[in-house]
Structure formats: C-alpha cells, structure tokens
Design a protein around this ligand. Structure first.
Ligand code: TEU
Ligand code: CA
Length: 557
C-alpha cells in the first residue's frame, strides 16, 4: 500500500502524564519520576507508544511546573537527573518514547536569567525579558494576564514594568533577543541528546510580540488570545528553531495551538513550512464555554462538535496532521464534560475512547481517562489548588460575586478536575500515595480504579486496550479518509474511514437516549465484521441499527 508521508508519530498513540498527580513513590504526597517508573508496565499493557510528560523541571510551582526555574534540572519533589535517566532507559526497554513539555514563552521569575535581568537596565540579561518604562506613571498598555490582573508588573528595583501573560511569577521571555533564542535551542539539544523523542510546546503561538515602542499595541479589545497569538516574527522563530534543532533529530513536535484556527494552521504545520508537526487546536474545547469565557459554561451541541471535527479533518487532509484530544491537564474530565458520568459512565467513557482512537490524526490520551476518571466534588475553595481558580476566586469575590456563584461554575470548569490523583486501587488515597496527597482524591476512587478494571474484560480499561490494538492493526484508522454520514444528526456521530479497498464504519450515539440510525447507500453491510463495541451481541449490522444510549460500534466493511 502506498501511503504518502507515512511516519511513526502519525501511527503513535500518546499518553499524557501530569507528574504531580500520577504516582507518588516516597509518601510525600506528590507524584514523582520513580512513581512513573513503577507504573510503566501499566502503560505498556495499555498499548501506548509515547508519553508526553508535563513539566518535570526545577520550579517553585506557582503554576505546577509551568514556571521553570532551571531548564537543566529536575524538580526536587520529582527526583533527580538519575531518576530521569532511569525513566528514559526503562522506557526504551519497553519500546516507549518520551515527549517533553517545552515551556519557553516564559520562565519562572526565580530563573537565574530573570534574577540577573531585573538587577539593572544594563545587565547582560536585561533583554532576555520584556521591560518597559511606565507611561504617565502607568502600565505600557492595557494587556491583562491569563491568571488575572494586568499583564505588567512594576519592579521597584529599576522602576520598569516586565511583561507576564500568565502569573507575575511567569515573566515572558524576549524572543527578539538572539542570544536568548540560542540558549533555548541549546537547552532543547541537551534533552534531545539524552534520547527524548519530541516536544509539546506550551503556548508557542505567543512567543513573538509586537514591541515597537512607543506604540506597543494599544488597541487592546480584551481578547487576550487574539492580542497575543501569531505575533509578527512567530513563524520566523519557529522556522529557525526547526532548522537549528528539530530537523537535526527524528522527533515529533506538537504546539499548544492557542490562537490557531483552520485559516492559519497550515502556516504552523504545513510540510513545506519546516516548523511544527502538529498543533492542539481549541475549537472543540470552547464548545461549552460562552463567548470564549473559560469560566462560564453552556450546553454543547453534537452537530457543532461534528462540524468542528469535519472542518479540521478537511483542512488537514492533504497537508499537516491533526492531533485528536478530548481533555488534558487544563480541562475538566472528558467523561464528565462530553459523556454521562452518572447513568452511563462506563458506556460513555468507552464511546469517547472510540471517538479518540478512530479519527484521522494522532490520538492523545490524558492520564486516568483510560479508566474513565470523572470530575471531583470539590468542597469549597479550600480544596482547590490551581492558581487559575484561586486567582479568579479572589477577583470574583472582589467584584461582588458570592462564593457559591463562582464555585458552581468551577464544579464544571476548574483545571483541578484533571489534576486529582490517578486512582490506582481502592486503598486510602487511591493507592496514589501512602502520605497526604497534595490535592484531594476524587470521591469515586473505590469504584473507579485501575486495580478493579485491569482484570475485568468489560471494563473501560480493557476497552481502551482493544481500541488501541485495533488502531495498530488497521492503518486505515490512522491514514484513511474520513467520510461523515448524516452530518446533521443531533445524536449520532457516524463515519467511514477509507483507505484504498479498506473501509471501516464507526457508529457513535452520543446521547443518553436510544437512537435508530439509517445507513443509506452503503455497500457491504451484510458482510460487515464487528471489530469493537461497548454493548453485547452486535455482530450483525442491519441498514437501520438501533443504538442504545452511548453505544459505540466499529465494523470492517
Ligand atoms: O496553557 C495555556 C492556556 O491557554 C491555558 O491557560 C488555558 O487558557 C486555560 O488553561 C484554560 O482553562 C498552558 C499550559 O497548558 C497551562 O497548564 C499553563 O498554566 C499555561 O500554559 C502557562 O504555562
Ligand atoms: Ca513523591
């Protein structure tokens, strides 16, 4: 079979680990690298190919490691460089690859570069960050930060402001500075030379800022993504990074695509562009959020979800490559958000895994989703840990909202839902730690845990294994064209994957009610062979199958 642009990372299934919450090995309540090493066999059995590890670098943890103090060392709570090297070699033994998180839009304010930079206006590191003098005694412009407040912080040492698009402990690096860029490339080579197989690049569309001054953009309309993404020299920088580093290694890259849309995605990942391999777009992550407001919630609609998947598949059908995900460490649990975590927990968790693993693009599984981990019933602000929730809480209270008002939406949207400990078994703290976990364990760990599911052929976990295996056995699931049937059907997402003579049919009823689906003008239904289903006895396929709530079926035609 002749498949153009066939590559290993397109055929890989990637699993994201948020190290703080994965597995604690020494009882201090914080996950660590030895903890990950002790669970590699679980991941191998699951069938994944590569781990994306959220930041494990030295950090004061203002934003759980997305604020890096030293790019060359391991966070003490997570272990040592020896532990890292051991992790990598234990992964190699098992045929698993490792993708690191590259966080270079900003560093920690405790990074040595920043410590130097703030000392004086003529310090050699001054220009590694973005400093501006006050204008009429005020901030250079009205930009606001993702984690609340203004994006400028006045440093009394030199009486200038520095830019921070996230917290004030996350000053933005100045990509205009060539020496700074070379330092980033050197650091990337350090990890690649150890044998790492790629990078997920944190908020990479933000690295280039329009900085003409005076005139640092003043026309700020409050849309921070719009204002910060896709800056003037972004693609020049990505191209340079690719030329100097990425192209020298056999690696995969995926950019966190804030501000990336069907209209501009190919600038990032078009093959001839020599920039990145994939991005995570956010279109389906905004589907239940009113007007891009990440703190509100609104009902979502399947036809809109399908429209988004179809649009992205179309745009990337001949150039670039999609990444398929339904959650990560920044979003609530996918089964609580897109499934039904009460009456149809098992069924809907299985259905969503089918969706993840049968689309065209590289699938990313978030830790704990393989057993259907759900949102957590946090009791009051005291149980939350995320800087985004905590800062937004203060702002809400200060602006006159009641705690209840604010917390009722956090029950649906807080990033902490994804960050509760992985539920390994039904012992205290879900087998995550023998100590006091840094964030509470979810309420349902006695029912939903890996030990309980691992030997149960009907569990969510067993289903994931089958779905991953299926993807490995059928290249059509990786590379085949995607033809969506009955696009306007409000309950059922049905599609064919087609590669030369091979055809696979996927039927997904994303609804808590039954639904009959009409299969019109499709050849070969009589001889269809069932590959996977989350209900029993689905061997036969009629031309009008009745689908139970959250039923998923996959047939080879
Ligand atoms: O996320 C960037 C980002 O856009 C998020 O802040 C997003 O808006 C929010 O999570 C939605 O709820 C990346 C990392 O994934 C995130 O964990 C970091 O906090 C952030 O960058 C700063 O590094
Ligand atoms: Ca630990």
């Amino acid at each position: 079979m002749n498949i153009p642009h066939k590559t290993w990372w397109k055929e890989s299934v990637i699993y994201q680990i948020y190290p703080r919450s994965f597995k604690d090995s020494n009882g201090d309540g914080v996950g660590d690298l030895q903890g990950i090493i002790s669970k590699l066999d679980h991941l191998k059995d699951l069938g994944i190919d590569m781990i994306w590890l959220s930041p494990m670098y030295d950090s004061p943890n203002d934003d759980n490691g997305y604020d890096i103090r030293d790019y060359y060392s391991i966070m003490k709570e997570f272990g040592s460089m020896d532990d890292f090297d051991l992790l990598l070699s234990e992964m190699k033994i098992r045929g698993l690859r490792l993708m690191l998180d590259l966080v270079v839009n900003h560093s920690s304010d405790e990074h040595q570069w920043f410590q130097e930079s703030r000392k004086s206006k003529d310090n050699p590191y001054r220009d590694f960050y973005i400093w501006k003098a006050p204008i009429d005694g005020k901030e250079p412009n009205d930009w606001t930060a993702f984690f609340g407040g203004k994006a400028w912080e006045l440093d009394p040492l030199t009486n200038e402001y520095y830019l921070h698009l996230f917290s004030k402990k996350q000053p933005d690096l100045n990509w205009e500075n060539q020496q700074m860029r070379q330092e980033v490339y050197k650091m990337m080579r350090f990890w690649l030379d150890k044998g790492v197989s790629g990078f997920r690049m944190d908020v990479i569309p933000f690295i280039s800022k329009e900085q003409d001054f005076p005139g640092f953009p003043e026309d700020f309309n409050g849309d921070i993504v719009d204002a910060y993404a896709n800056g003037p020299r972004l693609h020049e920088f990505l191209n340079e990074m690719n030329r100097e580093v990425i192209s020298q290694y056999d690696v995969a890259t995926v950019g966190e695509g804030v501000g990336v849309y069907p209209e501009n995605v190919l600038k990032y990942i078009g093959r001839e562009r020599n920039e990145l391999d994939m991005v995570f777009h956010f279109d389906h992550m905004k589907i239940d959020r009113p007007d891009d407001n990440f703190f509100g919630i609104k009902p979502w609609d399947l036809t809109e979800m399908k429209r988004i998947f179809i649009e992205w598949d179309n745009v990337l059908s001949s150039d670039g490559w999609n990444s398929i995900y339904l959650g990560n460490h920044d979003f609530p649990r996918m089964v609580s958000r897109f499934g039904n975590d009460s009456d149809y927990h098992t069924e809907s968790a299985k259905l969503l895994s089918t969706l993840l693993l049968t689309q065209r693009g590289t699938p990313y599984i978030y830790q704990g989703d393989e057993i259907g981990m759900t949102n957590t019933d946090f009791k009051g602000i005291k149980e939350y840990r995320d800087i985004q929730t905590l800062n937004a809480y203060d702002e809400a209270i200060n602006s006159g909202k009641t705690a209840d008002e604010f917390l009722s939406s956090q029950k649906m949207v807080s990033r902490d839902h994804a960050r509760t400990p992985v539920q390994w078994d039904d012992s205290e703290s879900a087998g995550f730690t023998t100590g006091q976990p840094w964030i509470r364990v979810s309420q349902n760990y006695k029912d939903i845990n890996i030990e309980k599911q691992v030997n149960d052929p009907k569990s969510v976990l067993s289903y994931y294994k089958s779905a991953i295996r299926l993807r490995k056995q059928h290249l059509v699931l990786v590379y085949g064209e995607m033809e969506v049937l009955d696009k306007d059907n409000p309950k059922v997402f049905a599609y064919l994957r087609v590669l030369e003579e091979e055809r696979i049919l996927v039927l997904l009823n994303l609804s808590s009610e039954g639904s009959t689906f009409e299969l019109k003008n499709i050849d070969g239904l009589e001889s269809a062979r069932l590959l996977l289903s989350n209900y029993e006895n689905r061997d036969k396929l009629s031309s009008e199958p009745d689908l139970e709530p959250w039923e998923a079926r996959v047939y080879k035609l």
